[in-house]
Design a protein around this ligand. Structure first.
Ligand code: SAH
Length: 252
């Protein structure tokens, strides 16, 4: 047994260390809660956003419900927490953006998503669009060409267990996913320079593909293609949008 005089120092040290450790843990919990807390304020802003989308012409109640149910601020850097519910696109790193909610709603509405639809998405980005599709009951196969974004989503996507129906792939969207074809729906969330032939091939007859196609204006025309039984497709044209470019090949 050590004399009390000598016991004091180790006990003192241990207590101080334990306190520092607890403070450290608390700080982490606070950071975590700040990031992943869906407050009444967030919910209120989200409801307003849904009203805005309605005024802008989105009518599909299932799309609006999905956007109302998903905390968009979880998909953005904490600095954007308060403005996550403005109808705007935001930077997500690697020069990429999370699409504007109106654009997400617009493309999703055109896609006529049904429960259990097998959907191929090109351009995972923030995973927000994929989450909207999964919330509507789709099985989502999403491809990202930027390794850093793909890795980030592997480690940070908060809804992994909530939406196990989203499968992530690192690859070139122009190639699609031959292994998993055919798809009921295909959605491209980057500006396509042309209609990727392999994506048409991987679509079921009767299936739909929604994509923003570059035209001479420097912006893109939203198109919906319906695949015919003979392998060709019918085309419908909608509004103009502005997306980041769909690029060839993968990026390490
Ligand atoms: N759906 C995303 C939108 C992200 S922006 C979201 O909800 O946040 C478009 C994304 O497409 C970018 O992350 C970009 O890196 C990716 N992209 C561009 N060209 C691609 C390609 N050929 N294959 C796969 N992803 C591509």
């Amino acid at each position: 047994m050590l004399p009390p005089r000598l016991l004091f120092l180790p006990i003192f040290h241990t207590t101080v260390l334990a306190k520092v450790y607890i403070l450290h843990l608390r700080w982490h919990m606070k950071e975590y809660n700040r990031l992943y807390e869906d407050t009444y304020q967030h919910k209120g802003l989200r409801k307003k956003l849904v009203d805005t989308l309605r005024t802008k012409g989105i009518t599909d109640e299932l799309v609006l419900a999905a956007i109302n149910n998903i905390p968009r601020h979880y998909f953005l850097e904490p600095a954007f927490d308060k403005i996550a519910y403005e109808d705007r696109a935001f930077p997500i790193g690697e020069g990429q953006t999370i699409s504007q909610p109106y654009t997400v709603a617009y493309q999703t509405e055109l896609l006529r998503v049904k429960k259990n639809d097998k959907v191929l998405e090109i351009g995972t980005g923030s995973v927000f669009q994929a989450t909207v599709l999964a919330e509507m009951g789709a099985r989502v196969f999403t491809i990202e060409r930027q390794k850093k974004l793909y890795d980030l989503q592997q480690s940070r996507y908060v809804f992994k267990s909530k939406y196990p129906s989203i499968k992530f792939f690192y690859g070139d969207g122009f190639e699609g996913l031959k292994m998993y074809q055919p798809f009921d729906k295909v959605i491209i969330t980057a500006a396509a320079p042309f209609i990727p032939p392999k994506l048409i091939e991987q679509l079921k007859p009767g299936g739909l593909m929604v994509l923003p196609l570059d035209d001479d204006s420097g912006t893109q025309r939203m198109l919906r293609l319906t695949k015919r039984e003979d392998g060709g497709y019918d085309e419908e044209a909608f509004e103009q949008f502005s997306f980041v470019p769909m690029l060839q090949g993968k990026n390490k």
